[in-house]
Design a protein. Structure first.
Length: 545
C-alpha cells in the first residue's frame, strides 16, 4: 500500500518563493564591492533572480549547464545562485583563494560556460579565461560606470540583467537534478567536484535550521562570514530564506574591524565562520575594548575550534559557541556540539573539554568510526579510526567519477578524517588521516596539541607536524607564531604543555615562525609545513641526546 500524500518536489526555487511570499520585506544587507552598504529584500532578490534566469536563457543556457561564480558574499551573489538554478542550470562557486592555475583546471573540469565575477577578481579571470575552452561569457557583478577596461569582453551585470524582465517561470526541474557545485580544495590530490541536488540542498537546510543544529529563525539577523564559495556556503543561502532570517553579507571585507562594524550596526544575532576569522575578531575586540551586544550565537567549524576561542566568546562577550564539523561533501554540516539535558551541572573544566569536541549528528546524518579493515570501533570516546558518514545530503560520488575509493559499496563515505565517538554519540576529530603522527606505532593527535598550544597567552597560532625520527619513525614538532611583542621561549612553551598532555605526546622541539601557511579554505597547510621542515633534525634524533 502506498501513502496517499503529495509528491511535492524539494526544489531550491521553492525556498526563495517561500521567502518572497512570507518574508518578502525581510532584509538582505551587503557591504558592496564598490564600497557602500546596500539594502534589499527577499522579494527583490527573487524578482531579480527571475530576471537573471530569463536573461541566462536568452544567452542559450540549457538545463544542467554549469555557470560559475567568483564572488564575495553580496546580494548579487545570492541572486546568481537562485537565478542560475532557477534557469535549470548549476551554480558553481569558485574559490578565488586558489592559485589561478587551479581555478582554470577546475573551470575546465566543470566545463563552466559563463562566469559571474566580482570586480576584485577581474585580473585572475584575465589571466586564465583564454585557457578555459568552455567559457563564452564573463559578467562582472557591477554596473557599467564601475566596469574598467578589460581584455575579456566582459559585460556589466546590472545592464546585462536589465535586458530581461521578471515575467518568467522557473524552468521545471526534478528534485534530483543538480543545483550546485563546489570543488574540495584538493589538499589531497586534485580538486574534486561535489554536485548538490535541489533535494539535498533543501533537506540540508531543513536539517540546518533545527534548534539542535544552527537554530536559525525569523527572529535572527544572520551574518554568513563563511564565503558562499566555501563548502556550499554552509547552506546558509538556503537556510536563511527558508525561515525568513535577515541576511547581513560582509562582501569583500572580513577583517576584525569590518566584521565588528557590521555586527553592531546591523544588530547581527547569529554568525558562522572558520576559527581564524573569529580569532581576528577577538583580537580586534580586545585591542579596541569593543563589544558585540546583539550577537547571541556563533557556529565555528571548518577547522578545530580551540578552547581559548570558545571561552573568550562565552565568558567575555556572552556569545554562545557551537562547534561544528562538516565537509564540502556533506553540504556541509556533519555534527554540531549543542548542549543536551545531560550537560546540566557540568563544572567549567568538564564543560569546556566537552565543547572542544565536534558534536553530535542531527537527524539526517549517520556516522561511524572504523579501523583500517572496516570493522566498527566502540563508542567509548577513545578508540579512534576512520570517520564515515551517510545521509541524504552526503555525496554519493564526485563529478566525473574522481576519487571513487572514498565511496564504499554499502553507501558509507570515508571522510578522510580520524575521530572517536563517545557513548553519548559526541564525536571528536583527532586529525585528518594524512596529518596524524605515528610515533612508535602509536598515533598522536596534532589537533589536540595545537588546541593546547594556542591556549598559551603569547601564542597567536600553532601547528604540529610529524618529523622523521630514527627511533620512533616520527615525532611531533611544534611550530608557533608568537604574539607580536611577546618574548616566548622554547622552554616556556614546553613547560606550559608539560602535565597537560601524555609525556610521549610532548613535542620534541618548538620552532618560532612569522606565519603559518593556510589553504584556500583557511586550514593550516600541513603539507607545505612538512615540506619546509623536511630536513629538520630534531634534537632528540641526535645520537648524543
Ligand atoms: P577543503 O577540504 O576543500 O579544505 P572542507 O571545508 O570540505 O574543505 O574541509 C573539510 C575538512 O575540514 C574536514 O574533513 C575536516 O578535516 C576539517 N574540519 C572541518 N570542521 C572541523 C572541525 N570543527 N574540527 C576539525 N576539523 C574540521
Amino acid at each position: 500500500m502506498l501513502g496517499l500524500m503529495q509528491d511535492w518536489p524539494l526544489l531550491c526555487t521553492k525556498v526563495i518563493d517561500h521567502a518572497a511570499e512570507h518574508h518578502g520585506g525581510r532584509e538582505v544587507v551587503s557591504r558592496s564591492v564598490e564600497g557602500p552598504i546596500h539594502r534589499t529584500t527577499y522579494r527583490d532578490v527573487r524578482r531579480r533572480s527571475l530576471r537573471l534566469a530569463k536573461r541566462l536563457q536568452r544567452d542559450g543556457v540549457k538545463r544542467g549547464a554549469r555557470i560559475a561564480t567568483l564572488a564575495w558574499n553580496t546580494w548579487r551573489h545570492l541572486e546568481c545562485w537562485y537565478g542560475i538554478l532557477g534557469a535549470g542550470a548549476v551554480y558553481h562557486t569558485l574559490n578565488p583563494r586558489l592559485f589561478p592555475d587551479q581555478i582554470a583546471w577546475i573551470m575546465n573540469d566543470a566545463e563552466d560556460e559563463i562566469v559571474f565575477a566580482d570586480l576584485t577578481f577581474l585580473p585572475i579571470l584575465e589571466a586564465i579565461a583564454p585557457r578555459v575552452s568552455s567559457l563564452r561569457r564573463v559578467v562582472v557583478l557591477t554596473d557599467a560606470a564601475h566596469l574598467p577596461l578589460n581584455t575579456l569582453d566582459a559585460v556589466p551585470y546590472e545592464e546585462w540583467l536589465a535586458e530581461a524582465d521578471e515575467d518568467f517561470a522557473w524552468v521545471p526541474a526534478e528534485e534530483r537534478d543538480a543545483a550546485g557545485m563546489c570543488y574540495t580544495s584538493g589538499t589531497t590530490g586534485m580538486p574534486k567536484g561535489v554536485v548538490y541536488s535541489h533535494r539535498s540542498n533543501v533537506l540540508h537546510s531543513m536539517i540546518a535550521v533545527q534548534p539542535d543544529a544552527m537554530n536559525i529563525s525569523a527572529r535572527d539577523r544572520v551574518m554568513p562570514v563563511v564565503p558562499l564559495f566555501h563548502a556550499n556556503g554552509w547552506g546558509i543561502a538556503f537556510s536563511c530564506p527558508m525561515v525568513g532570517a535577515a541576511m547581513i553579507m560582509p562582501g569583500p571585507k572580513m577583517d576584525g574591524a569590518s566584521i565588528h562594524e557590521l555586527l553592531t550596526s546591523e544588530r547581527v544575532s547569529f554568525s558562522a565562520a572558520v576559527p581564524t576569522v573569529w580569532m581576528m575578531l577577538l583580537q580586534h575586540l580586545q585591542a579596541t575594548g569593543g563589544a558585540v551586544p546583539d550577537l547571541k550565537r556563533v557556529v565555528i567549524g571548518g577547522a578545530a575550534c580551540p578552547r581559548v576561542v570558545c571561552e573568550a566568546f562565552e565568558k567575555r562577550y556572552g556569545v554562545e559557541v557551537v562547534h561544528a564539523w562538516g565537509m564540502t561533501e556533506l553540504s556541509p554540516l556533519g555534527t554540531l556540539n549543542v548542549p543536551t539535558a545531560d550537560w546540566e551541572g557540568l563544572d567549567d573544566e568538564a564543560l569546556y573539554r566537552l565543547k572542544e569536541k565536534q558534536g553530535r549528528v542531527p537527524f539526517g546524518v549517520e556516522m561511524k568510526v572504523t579501523d583500517d579493515q572496516g570493522h566498527d570501533l566502540p563508542r567509548d570516546g577513545r578508540s579512534f579510526g576512520r570517520l564515515k558518514v551517510r545521509g541524504p545530503a552526503v555525496s554519493s560520488a564526485y563529478h566525473k567519477g574522481a576519487g571513487a575509493e572514498a565511496f564504499e559499496a554499502d553507501g558509507w563515505f570515508d571522510t578522510g578524517d580520524v575521530a572517536h565517538i563517545d557513548a553519548s554519540g559526541t564525536m571528536q576529530i583527532t586529525d585528518r588521516a594524512k596529518d596524524v603522527i605515528k610515533s612508535g606505532g602509536e598515533w598522536i593527535s596534532t589537533i589536540e596539541l595545537e588546541n593546547l598550544a594556542v591556549g598559551h597567552p603569547d601564542v597567536t597560532e600553532a601547528a604540529v607536524i610529524g618529523v622523521p625520527h630514527p627511533k620512533w619513525d616520527e615525532r611531533p614538532l611544534l611550530v608557533v607564531v608568537p604574539r607580536e611583542g611577546a618574548s616566548l621561549t622554547r622552554q616556556a612553551m614546553l613547560d606550559y604543555l608539560s602535565g597537560r598532555v601524555a609525556r610521549w605526546w610532548m613535542p620534541d622541539d618548538v620552532v618560532f615562525v612569522e606565519a603559518i601557511p593556510h589553504t584556500a579554505t583557511g586550514k593550516i597547510q600541513k603539507m607545505e609545513l612538512r615540506k619546509s621542515f623536511a630536513d629538520y633534525r630534531l634534537p632528540s634524533a641526535d645520537p648524543v641526546a
